[in-house]
Structures are given as structure tokens and as C-alpha cells.
Design a protein around this ligand. Sequence first.
Ligand code: ADP
Ligand code: MG
Length: 273
Amino acid sequence: QLDETWLARIATADDIVAPVGTPFVVARNVQKSYGDRQVLAGIDLTVNRGECVVILGPSGSGKSTFLRMINHLEGLDWGEIRVDGQTVGYDYAGGRPKAVAGLAGAKARARIGMVFQSFNLFGHLTALENVVEAPVRVHGTSPADAEKLGQELLASVGLGNHTAHLPHRLSGGQQQRVAIARALAIKPRLMLFDEPTSALDPELVGEVLTVMRRLAAAGMTMVVVTHEIRFARDVADRVIFMDEGNIVEQGPPEQVIDAPQHERTRRFLRMVG
Ligand code: ADP
Ligand code: MG
């Protein structure tokens, strides 16, 4: 049983600066190369607070790189990303690159939750211990408070009866729900999902998408990379199609998915659909 009020309480944390519906993640002319290979060719993207944006695109188009940049896990070669007004990486606003202090980056990252394709749980820790680890170690929450939070969070993703289980005793879908609960335990201002259901058996995909769907409905700001076209159509406020480091087109799902303007988008949708 998912607890809607709990998810909503996290999604509407009152220490977020941007009002709902105003720019929350702002990327301007973001460029990145690895050696000779240009991976991001100048990405401009704004995600408003409370919005769920789904990024579609073929493998190698730069989706993961872009998500990692939003989460300060990857540097920018050029351009700028702001999250709730805080600059990530280098600030070129004045024409001259100005490095943003490491601490600012670490502090901002501490309020961004990320969920990966491979669940990345600590194998020797129980579901509950996985969830309380960051609040206790990084955020200084008392173990008792963190445990209460962890219990509530696991219950809210439907795992109230599995708190004492080690990851290997859980199905892939259950492990991914623990990973989502763990990301939520830091009370994130933003959730990033990088192909969260790609490693799951088909019958387990739905339970993870259901949690994500409820999170979006609760008002969480989300950027989701996925090939689940039906999820994009039902849940996304906006769909972005990326190819070769560019945003080829973007718009509401009924436009990008049902009436794509570009041949590359059509080809991709035929492939995954
Ligand atoms: P996607 O998530 O859309 O599949 P990625 O962002 O993972 O794309 O990768 C985009 C391109 O960048 C790929 O060609 C990939 O091989 C390359 N790439 C990603 N990370 C690195 C890295 N750390 N070093 C070198 N090349 C990389
Ligand atoms: Mg990827």
C-alpha cells in the first residue's frame, strides 16, 4: 500500500526556492566531449518545478551523461546548469569560466536523488539499512529518526514487510523500489531516473513504474530516461527526444510520441514501440 501523503510531503519540501511551475533545472548550451567524440553538442533544457520530463533517445545519444551532469557527477566542458538557482560546474555567465566551489556542488548533490538501471544497493545491508545509510551518515539524522523515516518510506513503496531482508532475497522490482526509497530518504528536491526498469524482467517493470507514477502525481520534480513509451505518454508533462548529443524535438507526449515531426524520432519510436 503506497502512502500518498508521505510522498507528497517529500515532494513539496518547503526549503525549495523556486515556486511550483517555474524553472527549476536550467541547462544552457551544455557541451561535453570525451577525447574527439562530442557527446553533448549544446543542450538547452528547462525543467519546471513539479514537472515530470521524460528523455527518450537511442543508446549513445548522451542521456546518461546529461543526467550525471545535473547531479554533479560529471563536469561540463562548456555551458551551465542551474538547479534551483544554484550553479553546477562552471559558470560562463561573465564570458570567463568561473569554477563553482566543490562544496557548493556537494551540497547541491546532497538534495538530488538518483536511481540507476543497476539497483546499486549495498548487498550486505538490509533494505532498511540501505535506506537509512545516507540520512545518518551524510545528513546527520539521528539513527532513531532515520529508522522511523526508513520504515515509512519502505511502507510507502509497498515494502513494509520486507525491511529486514537483504537485497539478494528481494526480486529485481523490489530491489529497485528499495533504491527509490533510499533516494527519497534524503528528501530530494529533484529525482533523476536513468533507465530504472531496463534491467528488470518484464513482469516486474509495472511495480516500479507505479511508484514513479505516484511520485510524479505527488508533485516531485523528475527527469526520467526510459524506453517505456506508455509511461512517457501517461506520466510525462514533456517528452524530449535526444540523438547524437542534441535535443531533436520536445513537447507534450501527444505531440512527440503520437505526431513526431522528425524522421529520426519516428525511426526511434518504430524501433522501441
Ligand atoms: P546514453 O545514456 O544515451 O546511452 P551516454 O551518455 O552513456 O549515452 O554516452 C554517450 C557517449 O559518450 C557514448 O558514445 C559513450 O560511449 C560515451 N561515453 C560516456 N561516458 C564516457 C566516458 N567516461 N569516457 C569516454 N566516453 C564516454
Ligand atoms: Mg544511458
